[in-house]
Design a protein around this ligand. Structure first.
Ligand code: ADP
Ligand code: MG
Length: 225
């Protein structure tokens, strides 16, 4: 089974007063295990919707998403939650850390939710990213670049198979963007985690060997370097 992910004819349709809005319009693709892929497209093209459906944070209107060979859109909510917590890691554009918990507690949170609190691993991840000095700080007191590093550490806490990152550098300057991309790449190369990144930035897309363009809810090109 070397496709970790296979998407078949995925659609997402909203109905409003003006009629149907097709946010995803028949998206199909396959992703091999261990790949590092960037989805690029303009704002409103459906990128976040696609990533959220893959990550079981949003529901599709029709279509199938096979993860490790299983159609995960058919799973019941308890199984969906288990998959999100156990096999997926999420990194978002904006500050997603819990402001009333320390950096270390934030990183530990996924393992706590799993019922297996593991501060040792949380500390190791922070050390690996060179930010162990931030352990006891509260998220509102650290910089944007530091927050994203912490968010990536948190996403890795439960050793995910698939890392989903929605505009992970969208809020950062060039230097911090490069640093965050380096970390995501390292996670892909060192641990073999499959990484899907959504962006509208050419600089981010340049760093992936496979770049999938999306416009108006459709894949318009799928390039491999
Ligand atoms: P992107 O991440 O590429 O900017 P999104 O996936 O966030 O795009 O959104 C795709 C489109 O879906 C946008 O045009 C947006 O306005 C529309 N959309 C998102 N949520 C809703 C909703 N609840 N009702 C109607 N349209 C929506
Ligand atoms: Mg988006």
């Amino acid at each position: 089974m070397d496709n970790i992910l296979e998407i078949k004819n995925l659609t997402k349709v909203y109905n409003d007063a003006g009629g149907e809005i097709k946010v995803l319009d028949g998206v199909s693709l396959q992703v091999k295990k261990g790949k590092f892929i960037v989805f690029i497209g303009p704002s409103g093209s459906g990128k976040s919707t696609l990533l959220n459906i893959i990550g079981l944070l949003d529901k599709a209107t029709s279509g199938e998403v096979f993860f490790e060979g299983k159609d995960i859109l058919k799973l019941k909510e308890d199984k969906r939650a288990k998959l999100r917590l156990g096999k997926f890691g999420f990194v978002f554009q904006f500050d997603s850390l819990l402001p009333d918990f320390t950096v270390l507690e934030n990183v530990n949170m996924p393992s706590l939710l799993k019922g297996k609190s593991n501060f040792e691993r949380a500390k190791k991840l922070l050390a690996k990213f060179g930010i162990e000095a931030l352990s006891d700080k509260m998220p509102p007191s650290i910089s944007g670049g530091e927050k994203q590093r912490v968010a990536i550490a948190r996403a890795l806490m439960n050793s995910p198979k698939l890392l989903l990152a929605d505009e992970p550098t969208g809020n950062l300057d060039n230097e911090n963007s490069a640093e965050v991309m380096k970390l995501l790449k390292a996670m892909n190369e060192e641990y073999g985690i499959t990484v899907l990144i959504v962006t509208h930035s050419d600089a981010v897309a340049e760093q992936a060997r496979r770049v999938i363009s999306i416009a108006d809810g459709k894949i318009t090109s799928d390039r491999r370097k």
